[in-house]
Design a protein around this ligand. Sequence first.
Ligand code: NAD
Ligand code: ZN
Length: 370
Amino acid sequence: MSAVPERVVQVGAASRQYPVYIASHALDRLGERLREHVSTNRVAVVTDDNVGPLYAEPALATLRDARFEPRLLTVPAGEESKSLARVSALYDGLAAARIGRDVPVIALGGGVVGDLTGFAAATWQRGVPFVQCPTTLEADVDSSVGGKTGVNHASGKNMIGAFYQPLFVLIDTDTLRTLSGRDFKAGLAESVKHAVIRDPEFFLFHEHFLNLILTHDPEAMGQLIERNVQIKAAVVAQDERETTGMRALLNFGHTIGHAIEAAMAKQGDSWRHGECVAAGMAAACEMSVVSGRLDRAIADRIVSLLERIGLPTQAPLARARTELMQYINADKKAAGGNLRFVLAEAIGRARLYDDIQPAWIEAALRRVCV
Ligand SMILES: NC(=O)c1ccc[n+]([C@@H]2O[C@H](COP(=O)([O-])OP(=O)(O)OC[C@H]3O[C@@H](n4cnc5c(N)ncnc54)[C@H](O)[C@@H]3O)[C@@H](O)[C@H]2O)c1
Ligand SMILES: [Zn+2]
């Protein structure tokens, strides 16, 4: 693979400004980058047991080269690690490694490691410096940027968390080479989401260059990741804490997507987050059509792109529709009694609506849960 030029995107969140570095071999410069920010010797690196054997040693080596004494903490791979029990175990590890107030904690892994480690970093000693080194496409294009950290609770996904921005994000595009095809495609769901809510040209980019994207062409991937980070950064700059409705647009496909995620897990067939979001976006498109806000032909175009990628736009949940409805209503309670959904109005334009009729959701569930 030829080297991709380094791309840097600045995130201007209200609570912190920070750079996102995107490059081939970016991990080689982790120690050097961190030295620009901190003067301590100690540092903790949190990873999972899939990513650790692949990337922990090179990451630790660059930290040692920059005169750090790194301590590695490894959690089991998988969504189940996004739990308070795992946070508690991480605190034990941080205490044993004597990670004090000024000592940075680095998340090396996918969205699970990033969300979990970010939350631990936000709360340990009321907040220690935090760095994101994402290794999945999902984390590159979405979860590592914007400062949402947290874990799941029995009552729902991401119920416990904090907004906590990193010092910087380091995206090594080479790490995608070892990612499974299934996880790679799951990450593309969030990329399509960004295009649908904000950027018609970026949607065309997916349609035109899909073959290059699916074969990991370095230039196409560099552009794709950079554009995603720019879109996310622009949204977060305007609405870091999801108070004005702007950041809520990023939840396109997620209300039904999270319900599908919970129902599939209950059925014993855990789907990737991005897969659930793909089916959730198909459902949101259907709601957009039946509520008269989106042309059927445009909805079909979005669904067809997801299908060309190889993402599911339907889920085997025909018998779980009532349960999904209950899950969505629980989400409503969390949102203060109003059923709110992000609907698409065109490719590149979405809006948060609170006039949602249950019949629209039922129509979407009939189409998507088969
Ligand atoms: N904080 C946010 O803003 C935000 C946004 C989107 C998603 N998320 C969260 O992100 C999580 C999903 O993230 P994910 O899809 O990255 O899942 P993940 O972290 O579980 O990673 C997927 C799988 O790939 C493995 N893996 C990671 N990097 C690898 C690599 N380079 N090579 C080989 N294997 C590798 C992992 O061990 C895991 O088995 C969900 O919990 C979701 O809620 C958070
Ligand atoms: Zn998501």
